[in-house]
Design a protein around this ligand. Structure first.
Ligand code: SF4
Length: 456
């Protein structure tokens, strides 16, 4: 069995499963957020009754993150609905934007978009917050009402996005009927060259198979090249499996996974035990792709979908209006460090927005010093508009007052993960997906630029 099949077999209490089998699996964690949470709760109450209780309150994680720092009252109301539900159900894992359980968040114009407008428990973007807060464990089943839930495959677990109806059912029963996906095999060898990042790996893979090339399939990443990839790198790659239509992505378990998960579970007091899965000899794959990481170059997915692969060096003629770094995919600490490394002692020449994925990342950047300056200050000095309000922000457009949202037709280079028309706001805008390094170099020149031109 493949890694995915082994996890699904265990969760279904079967000795073996194969691609195409339909199995009932037990969920270890159900995650929802402010966009899909109210709908999920509605389905749960409709099907299980107004007084129903969730199947296991320690396994439901609720993370408001999408439409948060906006004056839009309907978006604010969504978070209120989550808060009411958490109180009613006594759920311990709710990462609220405010500290007062009876309160109501309101936009503070005196702080504006840049200054912190959240309380002590707010966790930021769900997929980045889940591992930070100790909710991702090897060998487990994580179901989330968000397509990029597949990001947690970086931790050797089966993680996938589900709809509100399925999530309402899981909320009541802890179970879900799943078809076992076929597995595509990506064997990574070698080491990335300077200026080339994990984002380039996944953009390369999606370019190989197209934006629907992995529809309802698992993407298994292994090989000697994985050892050189950080946990953040693996998260970036797993996150974008869905951009090829993948059901899930999965990495092997190793010492890096163990160190990260053990540390985070201990830090947060979450369940510390887990059982990873290892590779079998009899794995059967539907597709094989070997990639020599040392041969990859800075890569871009052009408008209008993540499969439109080109090399950054081929796109110097594309003039840009905006650059954006953020999201679960591209807003991690390591992403901002690579971004700042290119921008240090330089200036951007187009509007450039920076949105860390979580408050912890804001803290990292504001306390990491390079010589006598914090990384945060280096970015401000370079002309980047950095917000402390960690969250999804303009990654998916959002209400019209969302920080960094594209409100007019324009060309934007972005470290986010999705570029279908209208994704970041205006339907006639064009979004080019790239690594944080390529976004930084392009922000300096105002055209798509290979970051290797700026390596010192
Ligand atoms: S940052 Fe973007 S991709 Fe990630 S969860 Fe938020 S909207 Fe989705």
């Amino acid at each position: 069995m493949t890694l995915t099949e082994k996890i699904l077999a265990r969760a279904a209490a079967r000795s073996r499963v194969q691609a195409g089998d339909n199995v009932w699996v037990k969920a270890d964690v159900l995650m929802t957020h402010d966009v899909c949470g109210p709908g999920t709760i509605g389905v749960f109450k409709r099907e299980f009754g107004r007084d129903a209780r969730v199947w296991d309150k320690t396994k439901v994680v609720i993370i408001p993150d999408h439409y948060i720092f906006t004056a839009d009252s309907k978006s604010n109301r969504n978070v209120d609905l989550l808060r009411d539900f958490v109180k009613e159900q006594h759920l311990p894992y709710f990462y609220d934007i405010i500290d007062d359980p009876d309160g109501h968040w309101v936009f503070d114009p005196s702080k504006g978009m840049l200054k912190r407008q959240y309380g002590s428990r707010y966790a930021g973007v769900c997929h980045t917050a889940l591992p930070e807060k100790g909710h991702t464990r090897p060998g487990e089943i994580l179901l989330g009402t968000d397509s990029h839930t597949c990001m947690a495959g970086a931790f050797n677990e089966f993680a996938t996005g589900i709809g509100n109806t399925d999530a309402g059912f899981v909320m009541g029963t802890g179970k879900l009927l799943l078809k076992v996906p076929e597995t595509m095999h990506f064997r990574l060898e070698g080491k990335l060259q300077p200026g080339v990042m994990a984002k380039d790996i996944i953009l390369h893979c999606i370019g190989e198979i197209g934006f629907d090339g992995a529809t309802y399939r698992a993407l298994q990443f292994d090989g000697t090249g994985v050892a050189g990839l950080s946990i953040d790198d693996r998260m970036t790659i797993a996150n974008m499996a869905i951009e090829a239509g993948g059901k899930n992505a999965i990495f092997e378990f190793d010492a890096k996974t163990q160190a990260f998960v053990d540390y985070r579970c201990k830090l947060n007091g979450t369940k510390p035990t887990y059982e990873p899965v290892e590779r079998d000899r009899d794995e059967q794959f539907i597709y094989e792709c070997g990639i020599d990481l040392s041969r990859l170059e800075p890569t871009v997915a052009c408008h209008p979908d993540p499969g439109q692969r080109k090399l950054a060096k081929e796109l110097g003629h594309v003039k840009l209006d905006r650059a954006y770094i953020g999201s679960c995919t591209g807003g991690k600490t390591s992403d901002f460090l690579e971004f700042a490394n290119i921008l240090r002692d330089r200036r951007v020449c187009i509007d450039t927005y920076g949105v860390p994925a979580t408050p912890e990342i804001v803290h990292d950047l504001q306390t990491a010093y390079w010589d006598d300056k914090t990384v945060w200050q280096i970015l401000l000095d370079a002309g980047v508009q950095m917000t402390e309000n960690a969250g999804c922000a303009a990654c998916l457009g959002g209400p019209v007052d969302t920080f960094g949202r594209i409100n007019t037709p324009m060309k934007c280079i972005s470290a986010t993960n999705r570029n279908f028309p209208g994704r970041m706001g205006h339907k006639e805008s064009q979004v080019f997906l790239a690594s944080p390094a390529t976004v930084a170099a392009s922000a300096i020149t105002g055209r798509i630029t290979d970051p290797r031109e700026y390596l010192s």
